[in-house]
Design a protein around this ligand. Structure first.
Ligand code: PLP
Length: 399
């Protein structure tokens, strides 16, 4: 663990080369750090990307990716079926930068196409969406984006590269909250931006930040100089430098440990989730279950196209008794943890309408699948009988 803020230069020439990007290397841990770099290399390899930038959280990864693409007055098209915290940032906070998010239903490809204007600089969606677990049609979204000369950004937090590798289906940038499955035990915050390396930033005049003169580095053109790693270089050399949202070496180390068991955990998460989803489907006090791994799901065919090893851990279900019953269930679980997180070894539950999605309007809550009776569950790797027993007694109390 390189627990250090800075690195000794060999001489002034070496320092000058690093500062002008004539040589890439370690300058200061806000931009790069060897432990963080080990994590970046492994995640880039897992996703099949040409480079990666680790940062302080999943939210900061989204910000970092957009920071390479958008200037004041620009727009991006985003799926509305995404994590509530991301909705908050994209709907409200990024307006402060003069960026405009246009929300669409990613399942309605005509709506996605119609939302693109001359000012659009990216399409953004989640592979498996939080909270409903729906899988978007990555290949179709990539085609729409590329026809418009813009990149597709996929948040792959919920699927992880073990289940879905969005770059292979045409995504240009993949972001993840490593806080979730990659770390795996709920101990460390982190995020990562992975570059696909195939997008031509010079194909039109929409991306001056990537393919125009970079004033803070002697007006170099990053795309010309760094080719299929230009996006990653800008994430470090401009994004982390100026936003300051770097990842700590200790968190990178914790996440590196977690990655070693990613495959085993994702298999068990998916297997348990399918068993629990099937059991809930049969339960008389459950009105519906939204899990794309159920053959009865409208999303089953799309999810099966992209994921061959399972359908992930997170899904939603509806309590028959509405808002009150849903609240009673989260208050009555004993083994399952009532927390605002997903992707832990332990099973986690939350009532989005009163927590993560409480700042959304009732219409928006319904639109993103977080209405009053909805419960989100992130199935852990415990013995599945224990998960079912706990849910069974909690649902009985609410009935
Ligand atoms: N993306 C998804 C799909 C998430 O579920 C979350 C958090 O729950 C985030 C991004 C944000 O990640 P973080 O909490 O690490 O900032």
């Amino acid at each position: 663990i390189y627990q250090t803020a800075c690195y000794q230069f060999k001489d002034t020439g070496h320092a000058a080369d690093l500062f002008s990007l004539d040589q890439l290397g370690y300058v200061y841990s806000r931009l790069t750090n060897p432990t963080v770099d080990a994590l970046q290399k492994r995640i880039a390899a897992l996703e099949g990307g040409t480079g990666a930038t680790a940062c302080s959280s999943g939210i900061s990864a989204i910000l970092l990716a957009l920071f390479n693409l958008l200037q004041s007055g620009d727009e991006f098209v985003t799926s509305s079926r995404i994590y509530g915290g991301t909705v908050n940032m994209l709907k409200n906070s990024v307006k402060q930068f003069g960026w405009k998010a246009v929300f669409v239903d990613p399942m309605n490809l005509d709506e996605v196409k119609a939302a693109i204007t001359d000012k659009t600089r990216a399409i953004y969606a989640e592979s498996f969406a939080n909270p409903e677990g729906h899988c978007c049609d990555i290949e179709a979204l990539a085609t729409i984006a590329h026809d418009a000369g813009i990149p597709l950004i996929i948040d792959n937090t919920m699927a992880t590269p073990y289940l879905i590798r969005p770059i292979e289906w045409g995504a240009d940038v993949v972001i993840s909250s490593t806080t979730k499955f990659m770390c795996g035990n709920g101990s460390s915050m982190g995020g990562v931006v992975v570059e696909g390396g195939k997008f031509d930033w010079s194909q039109n005049d929409k991306f001056p930040l990537m393919a125009g003169p970079e004033p803070s580095y002697n007006n170099i053109n990053l795309h010309e100089k760094f080719g299929d790693q230009a996006f990653t270089v800008r994430c470090h050399a401009v994004g982390l430098r100026d936003l300051g949202n770097c990842q700590s070496p200790m968190n990178a180390y914790m996440t590196l440990n977690g990655l070693e068991t990613l495959a085993l955990r994702m298999e068990r998460h998916s297997e348990n989730a399918l068993t629990v989803a099937n059991w809930l489907t049969e339960h008389p006090d459950v009105s519906w279950v939204s899990y794309c791994g159920l053959p009865s799901s409208k999303n089953f065919a799309t999810a099966s196209k992209y994921s061959h090893k399972g359908y992930g851990a997170v899904f939603t279900f509806g309590a028959k008794g509405g808002y009150e019953a849903a609240k009673t269930i989260v208050e009555s679980v004993e083994m399952i943890r009532h927390v605002a997180n997903i992707g832990d070894t332990r099973t986690l539950i939350i009532h989005p309408a009163s927590t993560t999605h409480s700042q959304l309007t009732p219409e928006m809550q319904e639109q993103v699948g977080s209405g009053p009776s909805v419960l989100r569950i992130s199935i852990g790797i415990e013995h599945v009988d224990d998960i079912i027993a706990d849910l069974n007694q909690a649902i009985a109390k609410a009935s």
